[in-house]
Design a protein. Structure first.
Length: 144
């Protein structure tokens, strides 16, 4: 079938070099090549505990500084802008929120959703009391 042949072709183009479970169940990275471009894919699942968040974000800051393409995605469990949350009480930008925003800014990571939909308000998590955008996909723009 066409799909099967496309998958076989893509399998040839993706060459996985290394994967590591940095913080078990919370921080995983895979280094691979795609179309001869080296890419680091990092997935996060951030704990709600502030100290653990800060620890994870500091580790992310270390592993994104590799000199090649980075895709950082997952559940950050953190509101980094007031527009990323709605609640009966206003969201305060916490210390860990500022740390994550600073890491993303310093690394020139681009928020994919925000780039494609700059004026949309969207949430990835909601309950009876609040709505938040805590899940993201961030890219370090691809190099040539």
């Amino acid at each position: 079938s066409i799909t099967a042949s496309m998958d076989k072709e893509n399998d040839k183009q993706i060459n996985k070099k290394k994967n590591r479970n940095i913080i078990p169940g919370r921080l995983l990275l895979i280094d691979c090549y795609y179309h001869k471009q080296k890419i680091r894919i990092i997935n996060v699942y951030t704990a709600s505990n502030r100290a653990k968040k800060v620890q994870l974000f500091k580790k992310v800051n270390e592993i994104i500084k590799v000199g090649f393409n980075v895709i950082l995605c997952g559940d950050f469990n953190t509101v980094t802008e007031e527009t990323n949350g709605i609640s009966a009480t206003p969201f305060k930008i916490s210390r860990e929120s500022k740390l994550l925003a600073e890491i993303c800014s310093n690394a020139s990571l681009v928020d994919v959703y925000r780039t494609l939909h700059p004026n949309n308000i969207c949430f990835t998590c909601s309950d009876i009391n609040s709505k938040t955008r805590i899940d993201r996909t961030l890219l370090l723009p691809l190099t040539s």
